[in-house]
Design a protein around this ligand. Structure first.
Ligand SMILES: Cc1cc2nc3c(=O)[nH]c(=O)nc-3n(C[C@H](O)[C@H](O)[C@H](O)COP(=O)(O)OP(=O)(O)OC[C@H]3O[C@@H](n4cnc5c(N)ncnc54)[C@H](O)[C@@H]3O)c2cc1C
Length: 504
C-alpha cells in the first residue's frame, strides 16, 4: 500500500481534493475522456484507478475509517468530478446520496462496518432501487413486497432504470410489507442487498440503451431475494418519513453535481466566444452572445449559492424530511440550469458542438434525465407551489410579495423583487400556472441563498448580474402565469381537415 492510500482519511480536505482533481484530470487526458464517453461503461482498470483515489471516503463516517460525511466534502468531490465528466459525478452522487448517507444514518450497526470496509478497501459501489415499470412518479404505489419468515425477509418484485444496474455490489431496495392476506402496507421499507451473497443477488433481465450517461449501466432488475433482519434500515418513525429525508437530502445535494458541470459549460463557452472569429470580430462582442454568457455566469453563481447553503442544512445529522420547498427548489432549478447551459454551449459552438465527442453535445443528453429522475421537475415545481399556497392560506396573506417577505426561505430576495411580486393570488390555480409559480419561488429561494453567500464575501458583480438575470426570468414567468388560457390538447385530430395539402 502506498503512502497516499494510507493517509486519505487524515490529510486536509484541500490536499485531498487537489489530489483528486489533478489525478482525475491527468487520467482523463491520458485516457481521452471524450473517446471513453462514447462507449458504454468504463474499463475496470479505469474504475480502479478512480476508486483508488478514495472519492467515496467523504461519505463514510470517521469511526468506520472515512472522512466523516461532511456535506462540503461530498459536494466538492461531486463538483470536481462533474467538471470532467457528468456521468462520473452522477455515479458518485448515486453512491453518496442514495446509498452511503442513508446507510450511515439509518443502517444497523451490525452490518455497517463490513459494507463501509468494502467501499474503502475494495472499490465497492451501491445504488438505490425505487422505480418499477408500472410505478415511476407514482412510486408510493410500488408493488415490490417483503414478507418476514423465520427472521429472514423475502423480497420480490421488478425494478427498472436503476443507475449502476449489474455493476453495484450493494443495493438499497424499497418494498412494501405484505400481510397474511397479501395486502400491501402503505409504508415503505428499505433493505440492503449484498450481491456477493447468492440469496441476495439481483438478476438483470435486460440492459437499457440509455441515450446519454453511457458510463452508467441501466436496466430491468428482477428481485427475488432473502435478506436477514439486520439488513433493514431502521427508521426513526415511519419508512415514508425516512424516504422523504433521504430524497430531500439527495435533492439538496444535486447542486454538487450541477456546480462543476455548469462551471465547465461556462469556461468552454467563454473560450469559444473569445477565440472564434465571425466576420470582423470574435463572438464575444455580439450582444446576444453577451446575454448567453452572462446567463452561464449567473448559473455558476446561483449553483455556488445552492452548494454553500446545502453545506449548512443537508448533513445527515439534520432531519430534512420537512424541507420539501428548499430541496425541490434546488433540484428542479439546478437541473433546468444544467440543461440550458449545455444548450447554450452547443449553440455558441456552432456545428462543432453537435458532436457526441464534444462536451456540450454530450452534455445535452447527459444532463437531460436530471430533469426527470428523483421527481420530475413538473412534479417538484407543483409541490413547491402547493406548499407555498398552503402556507399563504395559513398566514392569511394573498399578496405574494408580502408573503415572501415573511418566509425565511425568501425574505431577503423578496425585497429585491418587491415591485414584480406585488400581486394577489386567490383561488385555486391550474397546474400550468402552479408550475410557473413553482419556478418563480425556486428562483427567489436561490437568490436568497445567493445573498447569504454574497454577505460572506462572494463576488459582487456576479451576484448583481444574477439578481438581474433572475428578475428578467421572473417577469417572463409572471407574464406566462397571467396569460395561460385553458388550452387543452385535442384528443383526436380530424385527419381530413388537418392535412394542408387538401386545401391547395
Ligand atoms: C437516467 C435515469 C436514471 C435513473 N436512476 C434511477 C435510480 O437510480 N433508481 C431508481 O429507482 N430510478 C431511477 N430512475 C427512474 C426515474 O426516477 C423515473 O423514470 C421517474 O421517477 C419517472 O418515472 P417514469 O419513468 O415511470 O415516468 P412517469 O411516471 O410515467 O412520468 C412521465 C412524465 O409524466 C410527467 N408527470 C408525471 N407526474 C406528473 C405530475 N404529477 N405533474 C406533472 N407532470 C407529471 C413528467 O413529465 C414525467 O416525466 C432513473 C431514470 C433515468 C432516466
Amino acid at each position: 500500500m502506498n503512502a497516499l492510500a494510507l493517509d486519505y482519511s487524515v490529510v486536509s480536505y484541500q490536499d485531498f481534493l487537489d489530489r483528486f482533481k489533478n489525478s482525475l484530470s491527468s487520467l482523463f487526458q491520458k485516457e481521452n475522456i471524450d473517446k471513453l464517453s462514447l462507449s458504454r461503461g468504463l474499463p475496470p482498470n479505469i474504475w480502479k484507478e478512480i476508486l483508488n483515489l478514495k472519492p467515496l471516503s467523504v461519505a463514510i463516517p470517521k469511526e468506520f475509517g472515512g472522512r466523516g460525511v461532511k456535506v462540503k466534502e461530498c459536494l466538492g468531490i461531486l463538483s470536481a468530478a462533474s467538471y470532467e465528466s457528468l456521468p462520473l459525478s452522477l455515479t458518485f452522487g448515486i453512491n453518496i446520496a442514495l446509498f452511503l448517507e442513508p446507510l450511515a444514518k439509518y443502517g444497523n450497526d451490525l452490518i455497517k462496518g463490513d459494507i463501509f470496509k468494502h467501499f474503502l478497501d475494495y472499490g465497492a459501489m451501491g445504488g438505490l432501487m425505487i422505480t418499477e415499470p408500472e410505478y415511476g412518479s407514482d412510486a408510493l404505489n410500488m408493488r415490490t413486497q417483503n414478507e418476514l419468515k423465520d427472521q429472514t425477509y423475502h423480497i420480490k418484485g421488478t425494478k427498472h432504470w436503476q443507475g449502476l444496474t449489474g455493476l453495484a455490489n450493494y443495493w438499497l431496495i424499497t418494498s412494501r410489507n405484505a400481510n397474511a392476506e397479501g395486502n400491501l402496507a402503505r409504508d415503505v421499507d428499505f433493505f440492503i442487498a449484498d450481491t456477493h451473497q447468492p440469496e441476495q443477488n439481483i438478476e438483470v433481465k435486460e440492459y437499457y440503451d440509455n441515450a446519454g450517461l453511457y458510463m452508467i449501466p441501466y436496466g430491468l432488475n428482477k428481485i427475488d431475494i432473502k435478506v436477514p433482519e439486520k439488513n433493514k434500515l431502521i427508521p426513526e418513525s415511519t419508512g415514508l418519513k425516512l424516504m422523504l429525508d433521504l430524497l430531500h437530502r439527495s435533492r439538496l445535494q444535486f447542486p454538487g453535481m450541477g456546480m462543476g458541470f455548469l462551471k465547465r459549460m461556462m469556461n468552454e463557452a467563454m473560450t469559444q466566444c473569445k477565440e472564434r472569429i465571425v466576420g470582423a470580430s470574435n463572438l464575444f462582442t455580439l450582444d446576444q452572445v453577451q446575454y448567453q454568457l452572462a446567463k452561464l455566469q449567473s448559473f455558476f453563481a446561483l449553483s455556488s449559492a445552492m452548494c454553500a447553503k446545502s453545506t449548512l442544512i443537508s448533513g445527515i445529522d439534520k432531519d430534512v424530511s420537512a424541507s420539501g420547498i428548499h430541496a425541490n427548489s434546488m433540484k428542479a432549478f439546478v437541473t433546468d440550469m444544467m440543461q440550458e447551459a449545455s444548450q447554450i454551449l452547443v449553440q455558441v459552438s456552432g456545428a462543432k458542438g453537435y458532436r457526441i465527442s464534444h462536451i456540450g453535445g454530450r452534455g445535452i443528453m447527459d444532463s437531460r434525465p436530471f430533469q426527470i429522475f428523483e421527481g420530475s421537475n413538473e412534479m417538484l415545481y407543483t409541490q413547491i407551489s402547493e406548499g407555498i399556497l398552503k402556507d399563504m392560506k395559513k398566514k392569511k396573506t394573498e399578496n405574494l410579495a408580502d408573503y415572501l417577505a415573511i418566509n425565511d426561505l425568501t425574505k431577503d430576495a423578496a425585497t429585491l423583487y418587491q415591485k414584480e411580486l406585488n400581486f394577489n393570488i386567490s383561488g385555486p390555480l391550474s397546474q400550468r400556472k402552479m408550475i410557473d409559480l413553482g419556478k418563480i419561488i425556486s428562483r427567489i429561494v436561490t437568490v436568497n441563498d445567493l445573498i447569504e453567500l454574497n454577505n460572506a464575501g462572494f463576488d459582487q458583480e456576479l451576484t448583481d448580474n444574477s439578481v438581474e438575470i433572475i428578475r428578467q426570468e421572473i417577469v417572463t414567468l409572471i407574464a406566462s402565469m397571467n396569460h395561460h388560457k385553458n388550452i387543452n390538447a385535442i384528443c383526436d385530430i380530424d385527419q381530413t381537415k388537418s392535412d394542408w395539402m387538401n386545401f391547395f
